[in-house]
Ligand binder design. Structure first.
Ligand SMILES: [Zn+2]
Length: 113
């Protein structure tokens, strides 16, 4: 992959990472600031539901962040866009949709089976 393309995907990944780290930080702050407050039972039920939702989302965000970090390190190592499993080039259209993809469609499908 040429430098121009690498820069293009790097920008996409960095933007996505910035958006995600914003979310993760807000979620962590949310967990902290609510601890230790006294609440009645109704508030607590709503609170625990909201917390579950936020932390569930946060776990998915963290996984996504790890994938993005992996893709960024592959860009630095200049192995980005090459399937980690079969060494074929990953379809650029796939990278447009999933810029943190580490495998081609075929290997990903085989893995998920
Ligand atoms: Zn592959």
């Amino acid at each position: 992959m040429d430098n121009e393309k690498l820069d293009y995907f790097k920008d996409m990944l960095l933007q996505k990472r910035n958006a995600l780290t914003g979310i993760v930080r807000r979620t962590e702050g949310y967990g902290r600031e609510k601890d230790g407050n006294t609440q009645d039972i109704t508030d607590m039920a709503v609170e625990s539901y909201t917390k579950e939702f936020m932390f569930g989302k946060s776990a998915a965000d963290r996984l996504m962040l790890r994938n993005i970090e992996g893709a960024l390190s592959r860009i630095n190592g200049r192995t980005y866009g090459v399937c980690e499993s079969c060494d074929d080039e990953i379809n650029p259209r796939r990278l447009e949709a999933v810029p943190w993809a580490a495998m081609c469609v075929k290997c990903q499908a085989a893995l998920e089976k």
